[in-house]
Design a protein around this ligand. Structure first.
Ligand code: PGA
Length: 254
């Protein structure tokens, strides 16, 4: 089954409004042709409206980096899925390891957010991945299984089309240490196998699995050449056009 590759930039807590406009204008100019690949950016909440404006008429998709699990309510400081679609967001990143580790988000909460996002017409990029300690203890598959089982609980096979899984080993995020091709290949194969067994072959065949963690122009092509790697989730290198564009153009095209 052919899956369109997705290259997504997670801006994290970076970029003011003017910096957002500048970056996206540069990106649009450089990427005249995005045929054969889907490009997406996930700016901070405050820049989503400006990003939607800057990307009007472009094929580049827009995502948020988190959301609250409810549609609305007395949740001071939170942002709801309805507000995100209202701003022009197409998808939301959920379960990023920074949300899990620094903001105490557990699998059950992440699952409630996944289900709410689907109801609210947002696609989901669900991040999973093991810590260095877990990898050293040979617990990688176990951790991935638990995060998949809990994160995708009650998700139906037909809904998987609106979900993308991002495998992001925690020890590779922002460290310049990229996982080896063997490590990535084995984790991605494990994820596809798990989805096949739980949700069926068709759902698993359609599912895009991204790799994330210190992706750069130097390693993008090697990662994308792996059988079960359908795209890349890029943090630091998505903040500068001269770093992000070579990743989008990993195959020498465009
Ligand atoms: P990085 O971040 O590319 O800076 O390692 C990836 C991510 O956190 O999604």
């Amino acid at each position: 089954m052919s899956r369109i590759p997705l290259i997504a930039g997670n801006w994290k807590m970076h970029k003011t409004l003017s910096a957002t406009r500048t970056l996206l204008a540069e990106l649009r100019l450089a990427l005249r042709d995005t045929d054969g690949v889907e490009v997406a950016v996930a700016p901070p909440f405050t820049a989503l409206a400006a990003a939607a404006e800057a990307l009007r008429g472009s094929a580049i998709r827009i995502g948020a980096q988190n959301m609250h699990e409810s549609e609305e309510g007395a949740f001071t400081g939170e942002i709801s899925p309805v507000m995100l679609t209202d701003l022009g967001a197409n998808f939301v990143i959920l379960g990023h390891s920074e949300r899990r580790a620094l903001f105490g988000e557990g699998d059950e909460l992440i699952n409630r957010k996944v289900r709410r996002a689907l109801i609210s017409d947002l696609e989901v990029v669900l991040c999973i991945g093991e810590t260095l300690e877990e990898r050293r203890a040979n617990r990688t598959d176990k951790v991935l299984r638990k995060q998949l089982e809990a994160g995708l609980e009650t998700v139906k096979p037909e809904e998987i089309r609106r979900i993308t899984i991002a495998y992001e080993p925690v020890w590779a995020i922002g460290t310049s240490v990229v996982a080896s091709t063997d490590e990535v290949a084995s984790a991605h194969a494990f994820i596809r196998k798990w989805v096949t067994s739980k949700l069926g072959e068709e759902a698993a065949g359609a599912l895009r699995i991204l790799y994330g963690g210190s992706v750069s122009g130097d390693n993008a092509a090697g990662l994308m050449a792996l059988a079960d790697v359908d795209g890349l989730l890029v943090g630091g290198a998505s903040l500068k056009p001269d770093k992000f564009i070579p990743i989008i153009e990993y195959d020498g095209a465009r």
